[in-house]
Design a protein around this ligand. Structure first.
Ligand SMILES: [Fe+2]
Length: 229
């Protein structure tokens, strides 16, 4: 009898929010209007427009709905990876977001996100034709087990890529450290999305063993350590 455990899995959540047509149409208007009045921020985006990371502070009621969706997927993902041990409250979450508008020939270089807990994207509008290429405008995640690429084993999933098709109303959530990129948009479609980062910060998470003590009160010697043979 053999038992083979699957280890070091990496969660990627994909959630298609229903009834998003009007919501997305309104967000499209809001973001395109902002694009005309604000210079593009420079990040990993090539040929596309990124807003500042102040999207969640924009004064529109649709932003509140997007925040609710971010909270919901963050709770779901966190519950999943902690095997139900931690269900974060919205008060535990800190987030920022930025909008992106992509047209023909734009893409996003390989990158991961800044130090936080989860990163994600919500697709507001995406009607890729994929006539020229099946990968047009698709987000791809790389296997984080970097040494896998040296494995010579055809048909295994070592060193593979995971592709997620952008679709209006779809939200994707993944660990902030997971490398990803967006293939060039090879048609004249308009792709709009909102990217975000979430940091969980709470005293309710038990981060250390009961046997550990705080070293905060320890008086330490100023004597310098001298190397000995
Ligand atoms: Fe990203």
């Amino acid at each position: 009898m053999y038992k083979i455990k699957s280890a070091f899995g990496t969660p990627i959540l994909v959630k298609d929010w229903p009834d998003s047509k009007e919501f997305n149409a309104r967000l499209t208007e809001i973001i395109l209007e902002k694009e005309t009045s604000t210079p593009a921020a420079k990040r990993s985006n090539i040929g596309s427009w990124d807003s500042q990371k102040d999207f969640l502070e924009w004064p529109h009621k649709e932003i509140a709905t997007l925040k609710q969706r971010i909270v919901a997927v963050t709770r779901e993902m966190t519950m999943k990876v902690t095997r139900g041990k931690y269900s974060p409250a919205s008060q535990d979450m800190f987030a920022h977001a930025w909008a992106n508008v992509s047209r023909a020939d734009s893409y996003r270089k390989i990158h991961n996100h800044e130090s936080c807990t989860w990163s994600g994207v919500y697709y507001v509008r995406s009607r890729l034709s994929q006539e020229k290429s099946k990968s047009s405008g698709i987000i791809e995640f790389l296997d984080p087990r970097m040494l896998c690429i040296t494995t010579e084993l055809p048909n295994s999933n070592f060193g593979g890529r995971v592709r997620v098709m952008p679709r209006g109303g779809r939200m994707v959530l993944f660990p902030n450290w997971l490398l990803h990129y967006v293939n060039p948009v090879e048609d004249n479609s308009l792709r709009i999305c909102v990217a975000f980062n979430v940091k969980l910060e709470t005293n309710t998470v038990k981060r250390r063993s009961d046997s550990m003590l705080s070293l905060g009160d320890v008086k330490f010697s100023e004597d310098r350590v001298v190397d000995s043979d």
